[in-house]
Ligand binder design. Structure first.
Ligand SMILES: *[C@@H]1O[C@H](CO)[C@@H](O)[C@H](O)[C@H]1NC(C)=O
Ligand SMILES: *[C@@H]1O[C@H](CO)[C@@H](O)[C@H](O)[C@H]1NC(C)=O
Ligand SMILES: *[C@@H]1O[C@H](CO)[C@@H](O)[C@H](O)[C@H]1NC(C)=O
Length: 353
């Protein structure tokens, strides 16, 4: 009798349908994301209708009694989905400060109306890009407040005139921000990228390092290549230490492949924000025209399998020059040194050998 049920075409069809649904759920990254996606699709993903990043933020007002404050709602009540972003007008610092009355010195914030569920540190490597920074702060502060996060924005400023070293600045940033607070999540954020959708949550994945900037307008809203981990990413302090942080030895660009390799070597995978949510606008695309090439440039000759344990968080050296609380961010200025001669020689030798 059970045999005849299995052979029944209706039953087989039912089974196949069930399987297809299951695969869809797995593919989309869990049941909640499938159903949430379907429920909110019309508003959250309609990029032809955008909203002001400050809209309804004024609904978050100071709770009368801090001691009886409840946890924030699991989903923010003021989400709008796609945001209106333009870099035509450079806002003044005063404007940004006035529009964000609850931000504390050093760029720190806690929701005034509820207890935050997550604590995220935003770490921005920086070198002489004040204009980009101001555009970013104008959008990022309200964006993070919409998500009801407890957060701090940190600028890791490279002193001197040596080549920019993004990966090393991030290592410095992680070490410095963890002195301040026991953050749940470290958001490593380029200064020239602005998130386009407030459902793109600035919190960490529980298991794996999460790449957030999965769809940048400059790359036609798709990944430039498969192991791409640049732009914006989110790691827990545990993830970061497990992979010994980022390499200190890539000056200029090219650390991307090394970082992707480290994630694997440390026994993890890259989690990724789905491309319909992980959308970003890049500033001044003409001026950063060389950037795409830099990002695609093959890494210099480093064998990550050999170097990752000896080059990273455990070997970082720098001099902390200043740590100042600006009204909108904490400005950490560091001397991270020069390109070491020995290293460039050995890299050349390796190439010939
Ligand atoms: C702001 O909140 C009001 C009342 O809750 C709502 O009707 C309106 O749609 C919200 N505006 C936006 C842009 O979400
Ligand atoms: C950096 O500045 C120092 C002194 O200001 C100068 O001697 C050096 O040549 C500069 N290096 C580069 C790469 O511009
Ligand atoms: C950060 O601090 C350094 C050292 O005080 C200063 O030179 C630099 O202009 C500051 N940068 C920003 C963007 O505030």
């Amino acid at each position: 009798m059970s045999l005849s049920r299995v052979e029944n075409p209706c039953f087989l069809l039912f089974l196949a349908g069930f399987q297809a649904l299951f695969i869809l759920i797995l593919y989309r990254g869990g049941a909640t994301s499938v159903f949430r996606g379907i429920l909110e699709a019309p508003r959250a993903l309609d990029y032809s209708r955008t909203h002001d990043v400050y809209s309804n933020l004024s609904l978050f007002t100071q709770a009368p009694n801090k001691d009886t404050m409840r946890y924030c709602a699991a989903q923010s009540p003021i989400f709008v989905g796609p945001l209106t972003i333009s870099f035509n007008m450079l806002p003044s610092e005063r404007t940004i400060i006035n529009k964000n009355p609850f931000v504390q010195p050093g760029g720190r914030y806690s929701p005034p109306h509820c207890l935050a569920r997550y604590k995220s540190a935003i770490i921005i490597p920086h070198k002489n890009q004040e204009k980009y920074l101001r555009h970013l702060l104008y959008y990022l502060h309200p964006f993070l407040q919409r998500q009801q996060l407890h957060y701090g924005i940190y600028l890791i400023q490279q002193a001197g005139n040596t080549t920019f070293n993004r990966a090393k600045l991030l290592n410095v940033g992680v070490r410095e921000v963890l002195k301040d607070e026991d953050w749940d999540c470290l958001l490593l954020h380029d200064v020239d990228l602005v998130p386009e959708n407030d459902y793109n949550l600035y919190i960490c994945d529980e298991y794996f390092p999460k790449h957030m900037a999965s769809a940048v307008d400059k790359f036609q809203y798709s990944l430039p290549y498969l192991s791409f981990f640049g732009g914006v990413s989110a790691l827990t302090p545990d993830h970061y230490m497990k992979m010994n942080g980022f390499p200190n030895t890539y000056w200029g660009a090219g650390s991307e492949d090394d970082i992707a390799a480290r994630i694997q070597l440390a026994g993890m995978k890259i989690a990724r924000t789905p491309i319909h949510l992980g959308r970003y606008k890049m500033m001044d695309q003409e001026q950063t025209a060389g950037r795409e090439e830099l990002l695609r440039r093959p890494a210099p000759l480093h064998d990550t399998t050999k170097t990752w344990r000896d080059d990273g968080m455990n070997t970082i050296e720098y001099i902390l020059l200043a740590r100042k609380k600006h009204p909108l961010y904490t400005n950490i200025t560091v001397d991270i040194g020069y390109i070491p001669r020995v290293l460039s020689k050995s890299a050349k030798k390796g190439k010939r050998g």
